[in-house]
Design a protein. Structure first.
Length: 300
């Protein structure tokens, strides 16, 4: 264990992802950033598979890496992310998913940018899907959220709220995370990425997309099944309901209007896809917006 604090704390929150967790951890053994400059925190969020065995075996096999393992018994991704934030020793906190693989220079790119730009509050990076099989025939740019694809090319830009760092590859300064009270523990899924962005953006708007910080995101076949597609569409809407109701009923009504407009727009997109001979892309775009609207309106 290094005597001085690491510069970056990389946090992997995990729940029953034994299929990919080992690959995610293994990708961190090849980082070009010197090992003494970063730590790895694994936060087990009540996994019932072999997560603990995989984590402990990784720690034993990599004694030169600074790896710490925790169990967070409060169920929910936001609880796990907050636990990692509290335990972290680095001034910079980077989150990647338990099914993501970091490129070898991932942490070096992040640290170099943030040390060169001390005024920057946080960054999001590029996320490239790595499919178990072939990409689904319905995939299009309006549905990239299902596989957390984030690829805006190679240009850096400042986030304005139309887009924001995705949790599969997001970094914030720890002091700012603490200042805003961490992640919203009423949110259990993706909406906490949006929540934390807007919370920090309120006090510091210097949050950038850094395309040189790259992870590959493993996508198994189940993720793109119809069953999961509908489930996640509804879940996206229901999480947005929780997030915006915390901001006031007026904000919720605006979100209902936004989702209704986007559903109607999806009908037009569906027609355009059909005219181009890509009806399946239009069909799933409509299904996504329909079920997201249902999730937003549902009190369940």
């Amino acid at each position: 264990m290094p005597e001085q604090h690491p510069k970056i704390s990389l946090i992997i929150c995990t729940y029953n992802r034994e299929k990919f967790l080992g690959k995610a951890l293994q990708s961190l053994t090849h980082q070009t950033l010197p090992a003494e400059q970063f730590e790895i925190l694994i936060v087990n969020n009540n996994a019932t598979d072999s997560t603990e065995q995989i984590s402990q075996a990784f720690i034993e096999k990599n004694p030169k890496l600074n790896v710490r393992y925790f169990v967070e018994t409060n169920q929910g991704l936001s609880y796990a992310r907050n636990r990692g934030m509290r335990e972290a020793l680095g001034a910079i906190i980077t989150y990647i998913d338990d099914d993501a693989e970091a490129e070898n220079d991932f942490l070096e790119q992040i640290l170099a940018f943030l040390e060169m730009r001390p005024e920057v509050a946080g960054i999001g990076g590029k996320i490239i899907p790595k499919y178990e099989g072939a990409p689904p025939a319905w995939m299009n740019k309006y549905l990239y959220g299902f596989v957390t694809k984030v690829d805006f090319g190679d240009e850096m830009f400042r986030y304005t709220g139309k887009s924001y760092p995705a949790g599969c590859n997001m970094t914030y300064r720890r002091d700012l995370l603490l200042k805003v009270g961490g992640f919203n523990e009423n949110l259990k899924w993706r909406a906490d990425d949006k929540y934390i962005f807007f919370a920090i953006h309120e006090i510091d708007q210097e949050i950038y997309h850094l395309p040189q910080a790259v992870v590959q995101h493993n996508i198994d076949d189940y993720r793109t099944t119809d069953e999961n597609f509908i489930r996640l569409s509804k879940k996206f809407g229901s999480e947005e309901r929780i997030r915006v109701l915390d901001l006031g009923f007026g904000v919720f009504l605006k979100k209902v209007a936004e989702f209704t407009f986007k559903f109607k727009a999806s009908l037009l997109l569906g027609l355009l896809f059909l005219l181009r001979g890509e009806g399946i892309k239009g069909k799933y775009t409509i299904l996504y917006r329909y079920h997201a609207l249902l999730g937003l309106l549902s009190a369940k």
